[in-house]
Design a binder for this molecule. Structure first.
Ligand code: TXA
Ligand code: MG
Length: 311
């Protein structure tokens, strides 16, 4: 059921039920982070393996401190500057966060999301919300309430409709291991993070075949159709059995295509990416040919998602 009722969302969450919530990045599949039964039902609804830990969403930095045992100064500075926003911080957890949430890790992922409805829900609840992206495991993240309803509607109590997500890419995940580490590229750019933290990024480690480690599987965020990344369209002819994902001025007339941003606006491109991948996935095409974007700012995170979709 899609609804805009904050009261209903709060009531469902208090009963230990699953509610999809809007955030500025993507929709999350939320439940009481302090209730193990509720947390277990998130894994079941998504068909998500238990080795893949969940992000704990809080209403403020102060609330995060109830659950984190340490907050290294550069990470705190980042959180102070970028929360609420598309930043997730890995911090050593207190015992009140169960191992089920962190998949056994001593660190927990925390985020204060920037969406008015969800912030209101979080402020009204006496507990934080564990929430992964609200898609079946491995598939593209949802950026509208309808995306969630179409795939998970049967498995959850309600979808709180907060409109299309403004950022459209998942949060950037950072942590501290004798230096600032980025584990997932996302809605906050590396340039922004370096500036706000006041220290250099010591490592970007966004690939892992050992999924209990922070971050991500190489093949993820994937539509059902095969995705092929293209650096130079000159080698590709338009074929009406294929789909094309362009950015900026179009190299040729195509039959099945989407343009992430005709003006070459990277913020608009990020906001459209997952919606367009889903739409192309539904078309009668064999493959999706996607353009490489300039490797800077949000372009890096978009390329990362397309690369994983093509893996
Ligand atoms: O923007 C976002 O981050 C969205 C919205 C809903 O907040 N959430 C999201 O969650 O993308 P999810 O579960 O789809 O991706 C979270 C990533 C996973 O790759 C997971 O492995 C990693 O964060 N992660 C979560 N907790 C972790 C932990 N304790 N240690 C290492 N990695 C962790
Ligand atoms: Mg996800």
């Amino acid at each position: 059921m899609i609804s805009t009722s904050i009261e209903e969302a709060i009531s469902q969450l208090k009963q230990g039920n699953l509610v999809a919530i809007p955030t500025e990045t993507v929709y999350g599949l939320a439940a009481n982070a302090l209730d193990e039964k509720a947390v277990a039902s998130i894994f079941a609804a998504k068909n998500r393996p238990h080795f893949d830990p969940l992000i704990v969403h809080c209403s403020s930095l102060n609330e995060v401190e109830n659950y984190a045992s340490e907050f290294p100064a550069p990470l705190r500075k980042l959180a102070e500057n970028l929360w609420p926003g598309p930043l997730t911080v890995l911090l050593p957890k207190k015992n009140n966060i169960s191992d089920l949430v962190t998949a056994g890790s001593s660190r927990c992922a925390f985020r204060v999301p920037n969406h008015p409805l969800t912030l209101e829900v979080l402020k009204s609840l006496p507990f934080p919300l564990a929430a992964p992206s609200a898609n079946p495991f491995g598939y593209v993240s949802p950026t509208t309430a309808e995306h969630v309803e179409n795939q998970l509607g049967e498995a959850i109590s309600m979808v709180l409709d907060g409109g299309p997500c403004s950022v459209g890419l998942e949060s950037t995940i950072v942590g501290w291991e004798n230096g600032l580490v980025i584990y997932r590229l996302g809605g906050c750019t590396t340039e922004e993070i370096e500036k706000m933290a006041g220290v250099k990024i010591s490592r970007v480690q966004t690939s892992s075949s050992k999924p209990a480690a922070p971050g991500m599987l190489d093949s993820h965020y994937a539509p059902k159709k095969k995705v092929v990344m293209v650096e130079d369209w000159n080698t590709t002819h338009c074929d009406c059995n294929q789909g094309y994902l362009f950015f900026g001025s179009q190299p040729f007339e195509a039959y099945h295509f989407r343009n992430l941003s005709e003006d070459g606006n990277i913020v608009e491109a990020a906001a459209q990416l997952f919606k367009f991948l889903r739409e192309l996935d539904e078309l009668p095409i064999e493959m999706i040919y996607a353009q490489w974007l300039p490797e800077a700012g949000l372009g890096r995170a978009i390329n990362d998602r397309l690369k994983r979709a093509s893996a």
